[in-house]
Design a protein around this ligand. Structure first.
Ligand SMILES: C[S@@+](CC[C@H](N)C(=O)[O-])C[C@H]1O[C@@H](n2cnc3c(N)ncnc32)[C@H](O)[C@@H]1O
Length: 449
């Protein structure tokens, strides 16, 4: 992390972008860190967040515009200078409340202070942004000329073209565009109410009294969608009455439907969101074994369970793809919330879209190996749930269908929930613009008794 203390929203946003480039930080983690370092809250924090997320969400489009105004090839521009240029251009052409002179002069000041820039570089940044401001002011911004709709949406919403084409083939062009648009929209923070400690109504009143605007999820009353403040900084969070969790994630655990007294195995559990839902639904009776392959992540599960007051969660370091003879046939419920490409949560972590697709090719094989191995832990008549936070068929339906083909002792179980209606084949793909949730996949299977 950059060691300096930012003083303004623009500095907090710029430091967050630098930290992403230089240290591989996540946008939300970096922003949270620098907002805290700067002591920014309210409108200032909201501006820093908009600048950080907006710049990442629109990176490909901003680069396209920069190429129209820059005499220097983008590859030749120092990374910090490029980050500042993107953020300045974002304010000039995609935000409407920031005066152009402020966007230009503040960007030049950032470059001068934090990019080890000489006079030539600051003059270059000034010239590029002033030119862009003039053209934007005259309503004469150039329009991208793309060969087809997929490539246009890819540029317009800054998504990789291969992903837009895949979504278009899978869901149709209209839904592919809606997915891209939803990924760039302002998303409220979703919190889930811990019904062992409070009720949705009381939690809502508590959050509203703290100044947040709260809307219950239309189909999931324990989920409250919050704007206008940091719910995780409130006593309601510290004292375990709420936790930050999306409706889709809570739904995966609800579909597993553990009962008080059950033995539950959560195979890929960190940071623990679904373990917490299941333990709460069991009212502290029975056991949830929450596993992960990383020891440091188990600590987060334990901290969350302590905060939420869940005594029946035990953590274990375990590779979900490696067999454990002592677990075979022991669990009433097994949840495989497998590692995945994460393309369902781009609206929360915008940089996920820029992942190198080559690194994703191995995922279906790993997901299949985890599902196959952990299925052995389900007792006869027990439940197996497979879930991901991606919406790519190859990591979802394809993995589950192949599993069912090779495991005649398992069958899909129909289920229904107001979020997505009746699922006769046991599977649901949730889409942000359709279900008002993260993009997610849930499949419920049962082992023959
Ligand atoms: C999608 S996240 C799980 C989210 C979690 N279920 C929740 O609701 O908070 C996937 C998790 O699987 C873990 N993981 C990756 N490979 C694994 C493996 N082979 N065995 C067990 N856990 C693994 C990752 O460390 C990560 O924490």
């Amino acid at each position: 992390m950059i060691d300096k203390r930012p003083r303004t929203p623009r500095e907090a946003a710029a430091f967050s972008l630098f930290s992403m480039q230089e240290e591989g930080a996540w946008s939300d983690g970096a922003l949270h860190h620098y907002l805290a370092r700067a002591g920014l809250a309210g409108r200032d924090a909201a501006l820093a967040a908009r600048l950080t997320y907006g710049t990442v969400q629109n990176e490909l489009l901003l680069d396209w515009y920069l190429r129209q105004f820059s005499s220097v090839r983008l590859k030749k521009i120092a990374p910090r200078v490029l980050a500042c240029l993107r953020m300045g251009l974002y304010q000039l052409i995609l935000l409407d409340k920031i005066p152009a002179h402020a966007a230009v002069s503040e960007t030049v000041a950032l470059v001068r202070r934090y990019c080890r820039a000489n006079e030539r570089t600051t003059s270059f940044v000034n010239a590029v942004l002033r030119r862009a401001a003039q053209v934007a002011e005259a309503g004469a911004l150039p329009a991208p000329d793309c060969p087809d709709k997929e490539s246009y949406y890819a540029l317009r919403y800054s998504h990789p073209e291969w992903l837009v084409r895949l979504w278009s083939a899978q869901f149709g062009l209209k839904t592919a565009e809606a997915l891209c648009r939803a990924d760039n929209a302002d998303t409220p923070v979703s919190v889930r109410v811990n019904t062992m400690k409070t009720t949705p109504g009381a939690a809502r009143r508590e959050l509203e009294a703290a100044g947040l605007t709260v809307t219950p999820h239309r189909d999931f009353p324990e989920i409250l969608l919050c704007t206008g403040g940091d719910a995780a900084a409130l006593p309601a969070f510290a004292e375990g009455r709420i936790t930050v969790q999306d409706a889709a994630s809570a739904l995966a655990a609800a579909v597993a439907d553990p009962q008080p007294g059950d033995a539950v195995l959560d195979c890929c559990a960190a940071p623990g969101g679904k373990s917490f839902v299941m333990a709460e639904r069991m009212w502290g009776k029975g056991s949830v074994i929450s596993c992960d392959i990383y020891e440091h992540k188990l600590k987060r599960i334990r901290a969350g369970a302590a905060r939420l007051g869940l005594p029946n969660i035990r953590t274990t370091l375990q590779d979900a793809a490696a067999p454990r003879a002592d677990w075979v046939g022991t669990a009433d419920v097994v949840l495989c919330d497998v590692p995945c490409s994460g393309f369902g949560i781009i609206r929360k972590k915008p940089e996920i879209r820029y992942k190198d697709p080559a690194g994703l090719e191995e995922l279906p094989a790993l997901q299949a190996a985890i599902l196959q191995n952990c299925a052995r832990y389900v007792r006869p008549g027990g439940t197996l749930v497979y879930s991901t936070c991606t919406i790519l068929r190859r990591e979802n339906e394809d993995v589950v269908r192949a599993f069912l083909e090779h495991n005649a002792d398992f069958a899909a179980v129909p289920w229904a929930h107001p979020v997505c209606g009746a699922r006769k084949d046991g599977m649901a793909t949730l889409l942000p613009p359709v279900h008002d949730t993260d993009g997610f996949f849930i499949a419920k299977l049962r082992r023959n008794a």
